[in-house]
Design a protein around this ligand. Structure first.
Ligand code: NAD
Ligand code: UGA
Length: 564
């Protein structure tokens, strides 16, 4: 069995390495060092403002890093997580070393545009070989093509200090951004691939022990090294393929009047197909799907399997087609010209609940709008302004248009003010409609008024209106409470206040106070409509809006996978 306080080093303080290290530190007694040669990134991990936004990550990092109240019971624990640029020292001190460095698509040389660039993996491997003075277990955490562990092993053996032995394991990461902490705390499965030698199996057992401190043993799967490596690329390819399936169907839906949500829903009910990853949208983004499928395409080609390569290439091709198709739809609805029109883009990240914009469809779409001569105003609740500019600069050769025609706004209203169209590209909760009618809608829509609950801002109380019966009132209150939860408002317990009519005329009162955190209010589409030019278009790239309500407000709504 493991000695307590076994030391772990994670090379690469990115989206995978840092949260993984933090969760290991949180769930075990091991000392974890997350190392990176990027000093700025390490400084950010050591600061109060962490460089990556993930729900729950702040607490896990700060409690383990600073050694304060690790769990909710407030027990003070020792600090067992460090972020450091001392790559060599941390490798030397560790028993288990995870390689969690980036493996982007090669931009030059053989396999350019497809193959995974393994130079960072190689560099990290060489550093390990150079530094290690005792036996180490080296764990491939990065996503790599099959057989990479063979190269890692060869490099380690060729450069090892005399007598030092290495075992190489494959342990691919399946976390999805936006839910990284939840995925790490409660993964579907943990794969551990090793050579079938006694030393290989022993190393695998050591890693099993690490994970089994918080992951159910039945979810930890050991297998052959090559299966484990391929199982990662395979899973991403299959997931991305589902999105390309549904996006290809969305094009047929738009031509025929079928609705892609209905089609996807019907297909998803077949348990063999399943419900996940069947949401049509502006195309998949993120740092992984595209690069990993291209890596699989290249792998197939190098294995002399061109048909297999073409098959998987089709998944990426449909994704490019989808981005292009959505851009063209915006242009054609706006009478085939965007010149001097203002397009508001709501959402820039590749999906909600992350600040990450790598490979986001928004990059392609905003670039296309700018090329058509549009003025583009972008608002995203989390994406960093500087990163948006950097990525758009990279995607465009014409930086003048970028500077003159692009605006990055601090809120949705400013982005939409005077706009000809709003294009929703990320499914952030704050963009979708709350069921609650806004005051403006209450006067405009008598049906909504009858159903409505009324806010009394002075009393900080909600009084369900127009109902006499206790049960109806409680129903209205609970519907209201669920709407409020989304708005990040603290809600007290409902209580009944009797008036002179006795119980019959009682009112349910719910004390309401804004939460301590910055409230994430949903945007008010009435206000957006007021600020826009006419005619007003909304392109709902994620199908998250209440289209009936938008139409009543005078918008023309265009949805992916629905005929206009
Ligand atoms: P990232 O770019 O966020 O982080 C990688 C870090 O490694 C960078 O900070 C870089 O400076 C550092 N680095 C590179 N070479 C180094 C070296 N030799 N020594 C020290 N530090 C070095 O990348 P990421 O998103 O965390 O992805 C890492 C790997 O995990 C990739 O293979 C990716 O495909 C895979 N993966 C990513 C996700 C995801 O959601 N982002 C999920 C599963 C798997
Ligand atoms: C994905 C996988 O889900 C992870 O399991 C994997 O570990 C990771 O890649 C990786 O290898 O790096 P991630 O890219 O973070 O995770 O995000 P996803 O939630 O998979 O979304 C990817 C893209 O697909 C987003 O742009 C999203 O909007 C889009 N998507 C997703 C759809 O268009 N429709 C869907 O139904 C689901």
């Amino acid at each position: 069995t493991l000695t307590p306080f076994k030391r772990i080093c994670i090379i690469g303080a990115g989206y995978v390495g840092a949260p993984t290290g933090a969760v290991i530190a949180y769930e075990t007694n091991f000392d974890v060092a997350v190392v990176d040669y990027n000093a700025q990134r390490i400084a950010a991990w050591n600061s109060a403002d962490l460089p990556i936004y993930e729900s729950g990550l702040d607490h896990i990092v700060k409690s383990t890093r600073d050694g304060i109240s690790k769990h909710a019971d407030g027990v003070t624990t020792r600090s067992n997580l460090v972020f450091t640029t001392d790559v060599e020292g941390s490798i030397d001190a560790a028993d288990i070393i995870f390689i969690a460095v980036n493996t982007p698509t090669k931009t030059q040389g053989r396999g350019k545009g497809y193959a995974a660039d393994l130079r960072f993996v190689e560099e990290a491997t060489r550093t390990i070989a150079k530094v290690a003075k005792a036996d180490k277990i080296v764990v491939e955490k990065s996503t790599v093509p099959v057989k990479t562990a063979e190269s890692v092993r060869m490099i380690l053996m060729a450069n090892a200090h005399p007598g030092v032995r290495f075992e190489v394991l494959s342990n691919p990461e399946y976390l999805a951004e936006g839910q990284a902490v939840a995925d790490l705390l409660d993964p579907d499965r943990i794969l551990i691939g090793s050579l079938p030698t006694p030393e290989g199996l022993k190393a695998a057992d050591t890693l099993v022990e690490v994970y089994s401190q918080w992951v159910e043993r039945s979810k930890i799967i050991t297998m052959n090294l090559w299966s484990s490596e391929l199982a990662k690329l395979a899973a991403n390819a299959m997931l991305a393929q589902r999105i390309s399936n549904v996006n290809a169907l969305s094009a047929i839906c738009e031509k025929t009047g079928a609705s892609v949500d209905e089609v996807a829903y019907a297909c998803g009910l077949d348990h063999r197909i399943g419900k996940g990853m069947l949401k049509a949208g502006p195309g998949f983004g993120g740092s992984c799907f595209r690069k990993d499928i291209l890596s699989l395409v290249y792998l197939s080609e190098t294995l002399g399997l061109p048909e297999v390569a073409n098959y998987w290439r089709g998944v990426v091709d449909i994704n490019e087609y989808q981005k292009d198709r959505f851009t063209k739809r915006v242009i054609s609805c706006l009478f085939n010209t965007l010149t001097n029109k203002k397009i508001a883009v709501l959402g820039f990240t590749f999906k909600k609940n992350t600040a990450d914009i790598r490979e986001s469809p928004a990059i392609t779409m905003v670039t296309n709008f700018l090329s058509e001569g549009a003025q583009v105003a972008v608002y995203d609740p989390r994406a960093r302004k500087q990163q948006i500019l950097v990525d758009l600069h990279q995607a465009r050769d014409d930086t003048v248009a970028l500077e003159n025609n692009l605006m990055i706004c601090g809120d949705a209203y400013r982005a939409c003010d005077g706009a000809d169209a709003v294009v929703v590209l990320t499914e952030w909760d704050e963009f979708s409609n709350v069921d609650l009618p806004t005051p403006e809608v209450q006067t405009a829509d008598p049906v909504a008024l009858r159903r409505s609950t009324v806010l009394d801002p002075n009393a900080n109380n909600f009084v369900p209106e127009g109902t006499k019966h206790k049960e109806e009132e409680l129903c209205a209150v609970s519907a209201f409470l669920s709407a409020l939860k989304v708005r990040n408002v603290k809600v007290g317990s409902p209580h009944i206040t009797s008036d002179e009519e006795g119980l019959e005329g009682s009112r349910v009162r719910v004390p309401v106070t804004p939460a301590q955190t910055v409230p994430q209010w949903r945007i008010d589409w009435v206000r957006i409509a007021r600020g826009m030019r006419k005619p007003m278009f909304v392109f709902d790239g994620r199908n998250i809006l209440d289209h009936g309500k938008l139409q009543r407000l005078g918008f023309r709504v265009e949805v992916i996978g629905k005929a206009s």
